[in-house]
Design a protein. Structure first.
Ligand SMILES: [Zn+2]
Length: 260
């Protein structure tokens, strides 16, 4: 691919100011997400929020973070960046230590995550991070990188939802199987962006961002056992990451107003 085509295929993310490869329109990803999310929910045991405190909590924390993001983007004059978002939050019965957010705001939390998050603020830290990946369009960037790596052209038919190659790569990134993150992990850059904005959004939603430190330390402790929690397969926790989170804390705390 020539340099000029490559540059034309990049867009500058309005929130981060970073140039991202964007071969697939965000709207295509969101359409994919609607289909894949429904398929996932139909094949897994969704915990009903009408009779379950944990499922209620997932919806409450998720909605608060979504509201904080809507406010943040609006204040930056960038509400258009959230076009097409129709938030959904579901708790799914599974021992996996995992949570994810698809483009367009389709969120799943696994029951296996809750013993590690321990409280609402812990859950807010994880959701803030995962949702940040989505709203910062990291999924779009990862899909574009995968398309480029596989030598798939940027022909017109690629932009049609339902394209098999797009489907396959989308599934490689989001399919909630053991392979998540193994094939196409988030880059370090994407991870630190998600940490940075995740803390701010959790704080704006009324959760103490300082909970991030013990939360990720608990996660790291799990990792020292035999099994790697799904979340850590592309979210390595090391002393550098903890140090970076601590450095972010003064800024995040400026946004923090406790939930009354
Ligand atoms: Zn991440």
């Amino acid at each position: 691919m020539s340099t000029s085509i490559f540059l034309a295929a990049c867009t500058t993310n309005k929130i981060t100011g970073r140039s991202q490869l964007s071969l697939v329109p965000e709207s295509t990803l969101q359409q994919e997400a609607v289909t894949q999310y429904q398929t996932f929910l139909s094949q897994n045991k969704v915990v009903s929020s009408s009779a379950n405190k944990d499922a209620e909590m997932v919806k409450r924390v998720g909605t608060r973070i979504a509201n904080a993001i809507t406010k943040y983007y609006s204040e930056q004059g960038m509400s258009d960046q959230l076009a097409g978002y129709k938030w959904e939050f579901n708790l799914v019965q599974s021992p996996e230590v995992n949570a994810w957010c698809m483009p367009g705001g389709k969120v799943v939390v696994y029951t296996g995550l809750l013993p590690i998050t321990q409280n609402e603020a812990g859950l807010a830290i994880v959701l803030g991070h995962e949702i940040s990946h989505a709203v910062l369009q990291h999924g779009r960037e990862r899909m574009s990188q995968a398309l480029l790596a596989q030598g798939i052209g940027i022909g017109g038919d690629l932009f049609t939802s339902g394209n098999t190659q797009v489907n396959n790569i989308f599934n490689a990134i989001y399919a909630p199987t053991a392979q998540v993150g193994v094939l196409l992990p988030n880059s370090r850059k994407q991870e630190s962006e998600a940490d940075h904005y995740g803390l701010i959004f959790a704080a704006m939603a009324g959760y103490n961002p300082q909970e991030a430190i013990p939360l990720w330390e608990r996660m790291a402790k799990l990792n020292s056992g035999n099994q790697t929690p799904e979340l850590l397969s592309d979210h390595p926790v090391d002393s550098k990451r903890i140090a970076a989170l601590k450095k972010e804390m003064p800024e995040a705390l400026k946004y923090y107003k406790p939930v009354s």
